[in-house]
Design a protein around this ligand. Structure first.
Ligand SMILES: CC(=O)N[C@H]1[C@@H](OP(=O)(O)OP(=O)(O)OC[C@H]2O[C@@H](n3ccc(=O)[nH]c3=O)[C@H](O)[C@@H]2O)O[C@H](CO)[C@@H](O)[C@@H]1O
Ligand SMILES: C=C(OP(=O)(O)O)C(=O)O
Length: 416
């Protein structure tokens, strides 16, 4: 397993380009199952999660050509099974359920199961599909779903689940009649998928609001799409500038998608300003301790909580960070403590008392954003930090060490 070795304490300076979003690309690639016609994708990030979904989709019958510009075509579906081996490495594999069921009337998809950040059930995906007429049974750890043709339905989501909204939007795009999703997710990635499905021939209204109306089509056609920038990657590099006392320029960054994050980083003292097509990010003299609560979009994203916590560890006072979206998303805390942080957990809140500095140490993390927070702490730390299990980072950060090296960081990938 590869690791990162970081010699910390260097203020980052220079320019960085943000990649296409992982969470935007995954559902948009799954949507290739909905049509026999080709789909052209631009700005596809080269991440292990993308390689995993391409592998899964290839097994299902999609033929791919290209890398960051990619053509996908599912002329014929040749399998209906998403096996446990792939689903367990990437929960987003559940995104093939809606499209397969809508196009083929059957799908056999491994249940994703829990993961490091919480139990993460998919009951709302299944309930929505059942309301659209699917018969679903759970057998040996698999979701066995059947339907003649899915029918439009009025579906209330107890929680505005992101992949649940995406799965149901894709299914509804090929269903007979109109589906109304109430309490739908409003994330920019949901809006991007809705836009793509509209280009393919579905009639969709309300994306970006909490009621989405989808009128299904008899068949969908091919289209061309560009994957929107990864807002979490952009937010992570903003923190990298702030935590190291640096100044960087970010390209391909959509500030509109980052309002809550930018707001909180400004409250913490960072300067964040658009400059032409770039965004300038400058560290403050003093990092101000700031409270934050994670929420669904447009609230502060849970996927930025760990990184923001790393910054708050060096704040000038006490910050309370409340995690509202996932039940168990504080795995970075014991590892940040190993680097010298002063953090106490009380239920869903972390009370972070600022310390003057981190000190390098070997650390390990069990999920993507926890690992990112350790990289950030390591960049700011005195001495050497070793981040183990870099494969978590490779799921969601394209060429992280190369991008950081270009900003002057001393970070190396060491192959084991
Ligand atoms: C590939 C992708 O886009 N992943 C993102 C997506 O994950 P994902 O779509 O899995 O997250 P959800 O929005 O579904 O989860 C939100 C909450 O709802 C709960 N829930 C969800 C579905 C369900 O059927 N039942 C249920 O109880 C979950 O356990 C969690 O507590 O949104 C999360 C929340 O912004 C992000 O952290 C992930 O990066
Ligand atoms: C939790 C995340 O991803 P996933 O839903 O793919 O596990 C994430 O991107 O932080």
């Amino acid at each position: 397993m590869d690791k990162f070795v970081i010699h910390g304490g260097i203020p980052l300076r220079g320019k960085i380009k943000i990649s296409g979003g992982k969470n935007a690309a995954l559902p948009m690639l799954a949507a290739s199952l909905l049509t026999p016609e080709p789909i052209v994708y631009h700005n596809v990030p080269q991440l292990s999660d993308i390689f995993t979904i391409k592998r899964l989709l290839t097994d299902l019958g999609v033929i791919f050509n290209g890398d960051d510009s990619l053509i996908a075509q599912a002329k014929k579906i040749k399998s209906h099974c998403a096996p446990y081996d792939l689903v367990r490495t990437m929960r987003a594999s559940i995104l093939v359920l809606g499209p397969l069921l809508a196009r083929e009337g059957k799908a056999y998809v491994s249940l994703p199961g829990g993961c490091a950040i919480g139990p993460r059930p998919v009951d709302l995906h299944l309930r929505g599909l059942t309301q659209m007429g699917a018969e679903i049974t759970l057998e040996g750890g698999y979701i066995n779903a059947r339907a003649r043709r899915l029918k439009g339905a009025e579906i209330y989501l107890d929680i505005p689940t992101v992949t649940g909204t995406e799965n149901l939007m894709m299914a509804a795009s090929l269903a007979q009649g109109t589906t109304i999703l109430k309490n739908a997710a409003r994330e920019p990635e949901v809006v991007a998928l809705a836009q793509m499905l509209k280009q393919m021939g579905a009639e969709i209204e309300g994306q970006g609001a909490n009621i989405i109306k989808i009128k299904g089509a008899e068949s969908l056609k091919g289209t061309k799409v560009t994957i929107i920038p990864d807002r979490i990657e952009a937010g992570t590099y903003m923190v990298a500038a702030g935590i190291t006392g640096g100044k960087i320029y970010i390209e391909n960054c959509c500030l509109e998608h980052l309002e809550a994050v930018v707001d909180k980083l400004r409250e913490a003292g960072l300067t964040i300003e658009p400059e032409g097509s770039w965004v300038k990010v400058k560290a403050p003299q003093v990092i101000k301790s700031t409270d934050v609560t994670t929420l669904t979009y447009p609230g502060f994203p849970t996927d930025m909580q760990a990184q923001f916590m790393a910054l708050m560890c060096l704040g000038n006072g006490v910050s309370v960070i409340k995690e509202n979206v996932f039940e168990n998303r504080f795995m970075h805390v014991p590892e940040l403590r190993r680097l010298g942080a002063n953090i106490k957990i009380e239920g869903a809140s972390a009370i972070v008392k600022g310390v003057p500095r981190f000190t390098g140490a070997p650390v390990i993390a069990t999920d993507l954003r926890a690992s990112a927070s350790l990289v950030l702490a390591g960049l700011a730390a005195d001495g050497v930090t070793e981040i183990n299990r870099v494969y978590h980072l490779d799921r969601g950060y394209e060429q992280m060490e190369k991008k950081l090296q270009a900003l002057g960081a001393k970070i190396e990938r060491v192959k084991d």
